[in-house]
Design a protein around this ligand. Structure first.
Ligand code: AMP
Ligand code: ZN
Length: 131
């Protein structure tokens, strides 16, 4: 897709620190990492967000994370955990689907902060969501 930052990274127009690549995905280092080894798993197809994601690509990426990328991060960086995050629409800076792999280390203080004053009653939320 023209003018898409991650499409340009995938086709090599813009450089990236690529850690893994195959016919389906490119995995490269986030330029502004939350922790050491913060990676982005990006499908080569231009998929905007989870709403237009296909099952095959999704399963492929999660299997790659489980079988290869998390073990790699554990072995090479000695991380003790992994936070997997993926933004859609609001909060999504780059409109080409990507999964954040954020390796976790003791005392990395990496917890997300939400404004808890916006929370409504749990009963009310349950009523809205339950069928
Ligand atoms: P999101 O807010 O989920 O869309 O995340 C976009 C991520 O892309 C951010 O964490 C950025 O640091 C990262 N990013 C932006 N430009 C680049 C780039 N040229 N190379 C690698 N990562 C990038
Ligand atoms: Zn794209």
């Amino acid at each position: 897709m023209e003018n898409c930052l991650f499409c340009k990274i995938i086709n090599g127009e813009i450089p990236s620190r690529t850690i893994y690549e195959d016919e389906m995905v490119k995995v490269f280092m986030d330029i502004n990492p939350s922790t050491n080894g913060h990676l982005l798993v990006v499908p080569k197809k231009h998929i905007v967000n989870i709403l237009d994601m296909d099952k095959e690509t999704y399963i492929y990426m999660f299997n790659l994370i489980k079988e290869k990328l998390y073990p790699l991060l554990k072995e090479k960086l000695n991380c003790e955990g992994l936070t997997i995050a993926q933004n859609n629409e609001l909060g999504q800076e780059v409109k080409h689907f990507h999964i954040h792999l954020i390796p976790r280390y003791q005392n990395d203080c990496g917890d997300f902060k939400y404004d808890k004053s916006l929370l409504i009653d749990l009963d009310e939320v349950e009523k809205k969501l339950a069928n």
